[in-house]
Design a protein around this ligand. Structure first.
Ligand code: NAD
Ligand code: IPM
Ligand code: MN
Length: 365
């Protein structure tokens, strides 16, 4: 790819702060790699609600569809918590994912010795952890109909519907099987097949697909409750995980915390067209606007963009190595500080500066 058309959606809270650092990194990597970068910005989430009365406009969706990739910060916050459900900032994000048909959400969690003290687990449990959660992103209980709150009923109720079609399961499972082929050759499908028919069907379809197309991948199935326990008890035994939208949301925050901090985890949402690249964390209203946010999840998301959309994995690896080098220098944002000797607490901008410094050295070498 010689020119990359990028739509930047900063969103809310710490979104603009972390995205600014990811974009700096992307500009340097693109220039070194001979990729022209054309960047547009648009309001998104709460910011769009303030400016346009909706969390995402049709015009912004049009820009996103036309772009090669979307670099997204985070959406939502207390300021917009009381709006009608269909106007919530989070709904804008769901609509973007759906309309771009980004059905496979890749959320890698990798152990880093540098931030091991930030993990709530003992080092011997987490050392060597390197797993990938492939979360289905545009269906399941997040999107199933009927949904709503029936306030007029004699006993008012809220309800949602969890459903998956064969084709929806197959397409995300294919991405997960292929990822397993490129990694350790093992795939765990996570469901609740002992209770929910929809996930019983999920299990059937994943098994059939594995037998028919991926006999080289070692497939196993686990119930989400005991898998959550395994994730904490023995994370290094896990290679690739495929699961539905809701379970994937929960398990990826858990995986993030195990490896140190939610602020470290990147993601790529891939589908039929351009990808969406966003850190796994939210808008962190408690630290927004203070320059304290960890930009590494966002920066590592730009590394995933270089690999998956730009088709330049070597540039993505250079960014990842630069992140490791900045941590190796002892730099830590507050979420990963933990007062270890030889470390220094820095803010968002200084962490971005350090990554850029190391990236330039990597790319010159
Ligand atoms: P959150 O991820 O925003 O924050 C959880 C905790 O982690 C907070 O203590 C926060 O300070 C900390 N944290 C998160 N990212 C960090 C970073 N980069 N550096 C340092 N610390 C970080 O989750 P929440 O508080 O439950 O949600 C806040 C808002 O964000 C809600 O409106 C929620 O819906 C939204 N949200 C958005 C996304 C997204 O846009 N992809 C994801 C999750 C939550
Ligand atoms: C995430 C977030 C979103 C989700 C919210 C903000 C809609 O938690 O990306 O993990 O639930 O998918
Ligand atoms: Mn989440």
């Amino acid at each position: 790819m010689s020119t990359l058309e990028l739509l930047v959606l900063d969103g809310d809270g710490i979104g603009p702060e972390v995205n600014a650092q990811a974009l700096r990194v992307l500009r340097v990597a693109a220039e070194a790699g001979g990729i022209g970068l054309e960047v547009e910005h648009a309001a998104f989430g709460g910011a769009s609600l303030d400016a346009h009365g909706v969390p995402v406009t049709d015009a912004t969706l049009g820009l996103a569809k036309a772009a090669d990739a979307v670099l997204l910060g985070a959406v939502g916050g207390p300021k917009w918590d009381d709006v009608a459900p269909e106007l919530r900032a989070e709904r804008g994000l769901l609509r973007l994912r759906k309309e771009l048909a980004c059905f496979a959400n890749l959320r890698p969690a990798r152990f880093s010795a540098a931030i091991e003290p930030a993990s709530p687990l003992k080092a011997d449990r987490t050392a060597g952890t390197d797993l990938l959660i492939v979360r289905e992103l545009v269906s399941g209980i997040y999107f199933g109909e009927p949904r709503g709150i029936d306030r007029a009923a004699a006993d008012p109720e809220g309800f949602n519907t969890m459903r998956y079609s064969r084709s929806e399961i197959e397409r995300v499972a294919r991405v997960a099987f292929r990822s397993a082929q490129q990694r350790g050759g093992r795939l765990t499908s996570v469901d609740k097949a002992n209770v929910l028919e929809v996930t019983r069907f999920w299990r059937e379809v994943v098994s059939e697909l594995g037998a028919a197309e991926f006999p080289d991948v070692q497939l196993d199935h686990q119930y989400v409750d005991s898998f959550a326990m395994k994730l904490v008890a023995d994370p290094k035994g896990i290679d690739v995980v495929v699961t539905g939208n809701l379970f994937g949301d929960i398990l990826s925050d858990l995986a993030a915390a195990l490896t140190g901090s939610l602020g470290m985890l990147p993601s790529a949402s891939l589908g039929e067209g351009g990808g969406i690249y966003e850190p796994v964390h939210g808008s962190a209203p408690d630290i927004a606007g203070k320059g304290l946010a960890n930009p590494l999840g966002a920066i590592l998301s730009s590394a995933m963009l270089l690999e998956h959309t730009a088709g330049r994995p070597e540039l993505g690896r250079a960014v990842t190595a630069a992140v490791d080098a900045a941590l190796g220098d002892g730099l830590r944002t507050g979420d990963i500080a933990w007062g270890q000797p030889g470390t220094q607490r820095v803010g968002t901008q200084a962490m971005g500066d350090a990554v850029l410094h190391h990236l330039r050295r990597q790319l010159d070498a």
